[in-house]
Design a protein around this ligand. Structure first.
Ligand code: NAD
Length: 494
């Protein structure tokens, strides 16, 4: 193994309990969930199977902390310093966290180091900067002609329930934690039951960085137990959820009871649109990475590749050639590009889609097979001659499968790109700057990348149109979603 990928992780002593009020605890029921390494099917750890009782306890602590002067009276600039301290501590432990994330999710350590960790560190640093700048406005009041002084305040929403998925647990969890803390909220997080380990280590690092006990609480558990209890809890003021659209719709129902605020980051079926005038030297690798990165387990994976007919055959060939070069293997090997899928269930699900693609008449150009006997590895898979009637084109697969679709002109490309219930992201490959922006304006997607893909930055809002979600995360807009605006108005006339 390459020395630079060697772990600083003590796999025999992984953090694996609930964190409530600064104490590491088992579930009240005593039950546990096994956390598996998807590369070799071994058990990495057992985490508590938290349920309503554990959620209640954590919410009580988060509420008490939120109300406490010790939390409320932290000066904004000091809250910013706290987040900066967390960023620094995560930086110090970056190699360890990247390795842990790789063990748990299967992803390549080398990519966790350059994607997941910077995303985590940057969001704490970025949100830390906002703490001392979260001001309001002084609206000029016309009302009845008397003199008033009015101003707005951005107040923290209160106790935030956060639920995360398994593909980028550390980075996506950090988006929620950093934004909530920056706004002055306290948090109860339920990480995914499949890959919770980096979240637990992050929580420990937050405490080491000086975060007051009770400001961040973690309850492990299954979605239908701990997750539902958190989303239904009457003393949780906001729920921020990242996961599938199916579960996102349930979260909306659960949240209705006390009309908690809801942010949803959901699924996608994003298009890559390649025009005939694109730089084809860039497109093969660009379009392939846009879908296959993280073995396709990315919400904004560009799993529909729309190609203009004049370059269709060349692009199919180029993408298949790049896919065939991608090394599928254990994420801790230095040259691995695609690690395993997260679980046997996910591997079987994706294989089911591959079968349906073949049955519905798409042409399998590359891949489609499992790799090895142990672990949940799958070849990157390229389908050509796909169309809108096929399941592989309409449904989110969340695996390394691309469907390549032919189009004639700009209008047809836009029509096909928007013909989906999702609207998370899209990318456009062309050398024509006018066309690029014209098309970008008409795509129903929360992020549109031109001649690039997946440029996610804490300063840029991220989220979906249509059934890809509600609201935005990160950025100033994402931060505001953790606040309530209050208008205060005083009569000045006698
Ligand atoms: P999932 O919806 O199955 O699970 C996500 C989380 O919700 C997990 O923590 C799970 O335990 C919990 N959950 C499940 N059922 C629940 C319930 N009834 N009540 C409350 N919580 C419940 O999603 P997943 O399989 O972990 O992740 C893959 C999905 O996430 C894909 O659809 C992907 O597109 C989406 N995703 C979206 C984004 C984004 O930013 N838009 C990012 C990453 C992943």
């Amino acid at each position: 193994m390459n020395a630079s990928l060697k772990p600083a992780v003590d796999t025999a002593n992984l953090r694996s309990k609930n964190l409530i009020g600064g104490k590491w605890k088992d579930a009240h029921s005593g039950q546990t969930i096994a956390v598996e390494n998807p590369a070799n099917e071994s058990i990495l750890a057992y985490v508590p199977q938290g349920q309503a009782e554990d959620i209640n306890e954590a919410v009580k602590v988060a509420r008490a902390t939120f109300e406490s002067p010790a939390w409320r009276k932290i000066r904004p600039i000091d809250r910013g310093r706290l987040l900066e301290n967390i960023a620094r501590k995560v930086e110090e432990h970056a190699d360890e966290l990247a390795y842990l994330e790789s063990l748990d999710t299967g992803k390549a350590v080398s990519f966790a180091k350059v994607i997941d960790l910077p995303s985590t560190i940057d969001v704490f640093r970025y949100m830390g900067g906002w703490c001392s700048k979260l001001g309001g406005i002084t609206p000029p009041i016309s009302f009845d002609g008397k003199e008033y002084h009015a101003y707005t305040r951005r107040e923290p929403i209160g106790v935030v329930g956060a639920i995360t998925p398994w593909n980028y647990p550390l980075a996506l969890g950090s988006w929620k934690i950093a934004s909530a803390l920056a706004a002055g909220c306290t948090v109860v997080m339920k990480p995914t039951e499949l890959t919770p380990l980096s979240t637990l280590r992050l929580a420990e690092i937050c405490l080491e960085a000086g975060l007051p006990e009770g400001a961040l609480n973690i309850v492990n558990g299954y979605g239908h137990e701990a997750g539902e209890a958190l989303a239904r809890h009457p003393d949780v003021d906001k729920i921020t959820f990242t996961g599938s659209t199916v579960v996102g719709k349930k979260i909306v129902e659960y949240a209705l009871g006390n009309m908690k605020r809801v942010t949803l980051e959901l699924g996608g079926k994003s298009p890559s649109i390649v025009f005939g005038d694109a730089d084809l030297d860039q497109v093969g690798l660009g379009a392939a990475l846009a879908v296959f990165f993280n073995s396709g387990q990315i919400c904004f994976a560009a799993s529909r590749l729309l190609v203009q007919e004049s370059v269709y055959d060349k692009v199919v060939e180029a993408v298949a050639a790049v896919a065939s070069q991608f090394k599928v293997g254990n994420g801790q090997e230095p040259d691995t590009l695609l690690g395993p899928l997260v679980s046997r269930k996910q591997q079987e699900r994706v294989l089911g889609y591959i079968q349906s693609g073949q049955e519905q008449g798409a042409k399998l150009v590359y891949g489609g097979q499992k790799v090895g006997d142990k672990g949940y590895f799958l070849q990157p898979t390229v389908f050509a001659d796909a169309d809108q009637s096929m399941k592989i084109v309409r449904e989110e697969i969340f695996g390394p499968v691309v469907s390549i679709i032919r189009f004639k002109d700009e209008e047809e490309a836009i029509r096909i790109a928007n013909d989906t219930t999702y609207g998370l992201a899209a990318n456009i490959w062309t050398r024509d700057i006018k066309k690029a922006h014209r098309v970008a304006h008409r795509l129903q997607a929360g992020s549109v990348w031109i001649n690039c893909h997946g440029v996610i930055d804490p300063a840029a809002p991220f989220g979906g149109f249509k059934q890809s979600g509600w609201g935005r995360e990160i950025s100033e807009e994402g931060l505001h979603a953790y606040t309530e605006t209050k208008t205060v108005c005083a009569l000045l006339d006698d």
